[in-house]
Write a new protein. Structure first.
Length: 252
């Protein structure tokens, strides 16, 4: 029984030694430095990477001088990094990805959505301004007696601005407390949400009615064409701000 155990132990040791020898041979083959050529000093694997990258860049619209400069920089970096066991794929990613980064430039990551309360107020306020200005314009074109330019009232400039600002703040507060990014456990109960919405609408309507009573040139009714211009400017400004700061907490 002891002889069989010794024989079995020797057999396992032989297999381990054989596997280690093959692994060592493979690693030596893979990491053997190339002695000549444009990529001299690179391991076989890294040389193949640079060769394929160079071929893709040669077929692209990049001029030869720029291509050679890039390849030389990569070769120099790889000669240093491969001493630490770092391969080209690990350093730069797949050949196709590296080539695309060089040809088209690194892809910019999308900006994180803005969480600024005041940017949300501005975004929603501009949206309200565009909507109300468009409504005033339509009313002015269709019924000239209801919005007579120069008069004061519900269609006045001050009324338009203040109600738009109030609407923007209300929408921003709503998304801060009840938006889709708020965790379910952090959201108030449904009946609280309903009461808040009713209260806000009531305050909004009351503010609209009170501001409409303010007389004077600041609250004068403008020609319908001016409201069209205000609506267009507010809409374009809102699109710019929304894209510039990646604002997604809005109704539209």
């Amino acid at each position: 029984m002891a002889d069989e155990n010794n024989l079995e132990g020797t057999s396992v040791e032989d297999r381990n030694a054989s596997a280690a020898a093959k692994q060592k041979e493979y690693l030596e083959k893979e990491t053997k430095l190339q002695g000549d050529g444009p990529f001299a000093g690179l391991t076989k694997r890294n040389e193949d990477y640079v060769y394929r990258l160079n071929s893709i860049l040669t077929d692209s619209e990049i001029n030869n001088e720029k291509r050679d400069t890039i390849i030389n920089e990569i070769v120099a970096e790889l000669r240093t990094e491969q001493r630490k066991g770092v391969t080209a794929t690990k350093l730069y990613g797949p050949v196709s990805t590296k080539a695309a980064d060089i040809i088209m430039g690194p892809q910019k990551k999308a900006a994180e959505p803005s969480t600024s309360f005041w940017l949300t107020v501005l975004d929603n306020g501009l949206m309200m301004l565009a909507i109300f200005a468009a409504m005033y314009a339509v009313t002015g074109f269709m019924n000239k007696t209801s919005l007579e330019a120069g008069d004061s009232g519900a269609g006045g400039l001050l009324t338009l601005l203040l109600t738009s600002i109030l609407g923007g703040m209300g929408a921003a507060l709503f998304y801060k407390k009840y938006g889709p990014n708020v965790k379910k456990e952090d959201k108030p109960a449904f009946w609280v949400t309903l009461l808040v919405m009713i209260a806000f609408i009531a305050v909004w309507i009351l503010a609209y009615m009170l501001v409409a009573l303010i007389p004077g040139p600041l609250n004068s009714i403008l020609p319908a064409a001016v409201y069209v211009a205000i609506a267009a400017i507010a809409f374009v400004a809102r699109l710019y701000i929304k894209r510039r700061y990646n604002i997604n907490r809005t109704m539209f």
